[in-house]
Design a protein around this ligand. Sequence first.
Ligand code: ADP
Ligand code: ZN
Ligand code: ZN
Length: 810
Amino acid sequence: MQHIAQILVNIGTRSINKAFSYIIPVHLDYVGVGWRVLVPFGNRKLEGFIIGVIADEHAEQADLKPILDILDNDIWFDEHMMNTARWISEYYVCNLVDAMRLFIPGKSGVKSITTYRINEMVDRQAATAALAAKSADYCQVFMYIAKFPAINSARLEKQFGSAVLKIIRYLVRKQVVFVDAAIKKTASHLYKNSVRLAVTHEEATAFINGSSRKPAQCRLLTYLMTHEQLTYEDFEKNGFSSDTAKKLIQTGMVILEKTQVIRDSYANVGKVASQVLLTMEQQQALQAIVPKMQAREYHSFLLHGITGSGKTQVYIEAVAVARQNNRQAIVLVPEIALTSQIVGRFKARFGDDVVVMHSKLSTGERYDAWQRLRTGQAGIVIGARSAIFAPLSELGIIIMDEEHEFTYKQEETPRYHTRQVALTRARLSGGVVVMGSATPAVETYYEAQQQQHTLLSMAKRIADAPLPEVTLVDMREELRQKRRSVISLPLQELLAETIANGQQAIILLNRRGYATFVMCRECGHIVRCKHCDISLVYHAVGNILRCHYCQSIEATPDTCPACSSRYIRFFGTGTQKLEESLVKLFPTIRIVRMDQDTTGGKMAYDRILEDFAQGQYDVLLGTQMVAKGHDVKNVTAVGIIAADSILNLPDFRAAERVFALLTQAAGRAGRGDKPGKVVVQTYNPEHYAVQAGSEHDYQAFYQTEIGYRQDLCYPPFGQILKLTIQADQESKARAQADIIIKELKAMLENPHQIEVIGPFPAPITKVKDIFRMNIIIKTSNLAPVKLYIIAMGLTKRLDVIIDVEPISIM
Ligand code: ADP
Ligand code: ZN
Ligand code: ZN
């Protein structure tokens, strides 16, 4: 009886979405579903994932190839990881292999290099003559290959140009040249080599006495008789060479040992002690979480705690209980580079039990980290969204900090949302999920109201510190007072006061949504589409305004249609300009700027935040990223420039974004014993998101927002699927989109109450010379839509991006 494995081959081709059959050879008869193996594929050797095994008596006749080797010493995808991958593939309508690839450290763990060599059985002279008769080129290539034991195609191409590939294929077909696929493990352990004595002291002494002509070897042996081992690194320092060691290894006197070195670029992150007495609210939250975790049953919690209420401490204590019960933990943060404080607190408490996943880890570092988790050497992984795929077999708890953050959505295929994957993975493995936020996503809060998650609330700051006082500044009023600076008078006053007191300030310039719409600075009027009532998007090319829903085009006005002011223009200022304005106002001010332009490299964000926390600067100035969850006690002032520019984006989550941004940014102020003050500059002071944000009132925001969502059937009441059609020309993209939308409308709209909207151009219509058109499908249940999309063959098309539950409809 032969066993046949169904294998998904790890190649990034969307059109191949099927499993291939391979024989499981007798010496590998222990492998099964979830193993990573090496298989022959065409003339290459590739990584494959076993997704099924069947017994088959006729396998031999079927002419199947055998699995070549295993890639790990143990199963990689245990049952719940496997099922999570299956769920992702179905829910997000992507290939199973794409979903499985998320679970492996380097995405493609092995790479093959193809090399060519002469078939030794061929008579070279005869072959050369035959080829010369065909063409001089063919003959030359053959003779060139013959000079090397093996040569890769890159080198041949360099020598002969790309036409050589056709010649090689001919030579291979005629069997005068063979192909070999050499496997290079792109992700491998980093080993430290060392030598130690392999024989008894008597034997070593005998060797030394009989080898007077080999003084170097004798010295090394003598050294190893008194030292347990010597690493290669230390050879030189001690006057030895690796050649000497090599000779001794050959004689069997010493052995070579490889010890795995764990790479950890976070090894030196600052440590913070965390011995604290929990507050009443923290205890209550913990007392709800712990019993569910100990019962080993799936449960999800929404920890809604205001900024500074001590959520992180709850996470730490919950993880501690998990570890006491020998269960492992995943701690998810929106962006690891901005959260080194959390990492520091976990490291301080759990030491080496913590593994930190960083997007800038080398593949090797990532591999090491996952290996430690797989083997149970570590029990806690902290990371951004990809940490949800860590290979933990004893998963007990998943923490998701700042669960509302958009970075939890992956913006490339598979376009999963980390929250959904976390809930699914916990359900399949019997663990608990704790989602924490001061500003929960409207969907998550709604689900908690519907009893899908247990709602835990923490309404007080630690030590009853008051929330900061927020002043709204109406920028239209500023202009009426003839003040044209981007920094309003109230903000100038707050900054002056803060600096005089030796305290620090954060200024946030919200650049998102900037420069896309046209607004009157005098009355705040925004130019909107007459047909669709969404803000028109400014296109510098042609100086026009365009509606991204209905395509209508308008000229950019010179004066405001509402108040005739000349101060109407598309909106935009950068952090650099803002810095200049600040320096003009406060010449001695110490400013540090944090945005994409000024930060780069592994630890840059951390260093800026660290220096700022140390008091080296008066003002931290930057984009959204300065609002993320850090805790600097001396920050008493926060200024937000044009917080509400997002409101003008044609997107149903715009208000939610504004509310979260205001609340989170304000939450940075007054975290120590000094109370905080916040100035919010706005053109929409009466907007409910701005109002609720300035009053730290989540309930007020939520109640209004949920009403709108229900009226317009947006999530959580309706589900959305976005299709993006890409082409190298706008007309092509549009033509394709038209074909698709016609079919979708015909099939879906009438019988099922499904709304199909579009096609309309993506806001950044052209990315890297690719034009993109969007189609939005809105319905109460996406399941039949997904099936239809698969049936239409859209999953196989490279020019179509499928985004289930997109973060934005733009
Ligand atoms: P959040 O994550 O809710 O914004 P943190 O967990 O960062 O809040 O807590 C805010 C501050 O209060 C931190 O400096 C933290 O060390 C401190 N803290 C948290 N819990 C306690 C406690 N029980 N007693 C004293 N200080 C605490
Ligand atoms: Zn319109
Ligand atoms: Zn106006």
